[in-house]
Design a binder for this molecule. Sequence first.
Ligand code: MG
Length: 311
Amino acid sequence: MGNTVLVKKMNEINEMKRYYQSYLIDKLPPGSVFAAKTPTCSITAYKSGKVLFQGGGCEVEAAKWGELSAANTEKKKRNAGIYLPDQFETLSVIGSDEVGTGDFFGPMTVVAAYVKKEQIPLLKELGVKDSKNLKDDQIISIAKQIKNIVPYSLLTLHNEKYNMLQKSGMSQGKIKALLHNQAIGHVLGKIAPEQPDAILIDQFAKEEIYYQYLKNEKVIQRNNVFFSTKAESVHLAVAAASILARYAFVRHFENLSKEAGFTLTKGAGSKVDEAAAKLIHEKGIDALPAFVKLHFANTEKAMSIYRKKYR
Ligand code: MG
């Protein structure tokens, strides 16, 4: 019997719980957030963030929720027949990525960007690389240069709208898929009649799930569309998209801080709870939906801090 463990943030665990809604079981092991049993796999998520997948279908199920260890992912890619064309990194590619999905404060930003093969050396020269290895000030300076060089589409989902969609029952995964599809469509429109060699999406859901999210949408293009985790290091187009998305996120974040009257905190840790409690104290609870992603566990924690500390 297979056995796979992932470590997830609480908002992701909540998303999983919604996803497995019809498979939830009532009897919860100690310390667990939810337990579910599908025909091929048992899933138990713990308050510690650990999510345990057990059973014959556990690898497939776990892969829906992202990154296993690198070696495991490589093996799975080969087994699943996911491949990229040879010398993929040298092709003309539209890449897409999103930012802000794990941050309690601030919007979700999605960018698709087109990098032609001739531009690759220039982008390297300008310092375009995996944005996880770049600091905010580097990202801002690189973004300012590349935004005039590469055709791109930026979609910003502000907090009010995000909360509305989320409340209507849309998962974060589906929201991402809609925005990626739209941004890619915009870029294809901008560069037409030119066609990219390929489209590469930084993978947030398995390919089938991505298209399932889009089942009621006009899918812009299916040919030559590839999905890869850590796609920023697979092609510079995704790295460029990621830098532009982070740049937009950082700017919105600064504006939100100005509106709040103090510097907000990125991520979803305990400092974020403190900041949100302060925001509730200063602006009132009704101001919250314009600043945060309400379905994160941080909302409850912030309320509880607010009640203890400020009232
Ligand atoms: Mg990504």
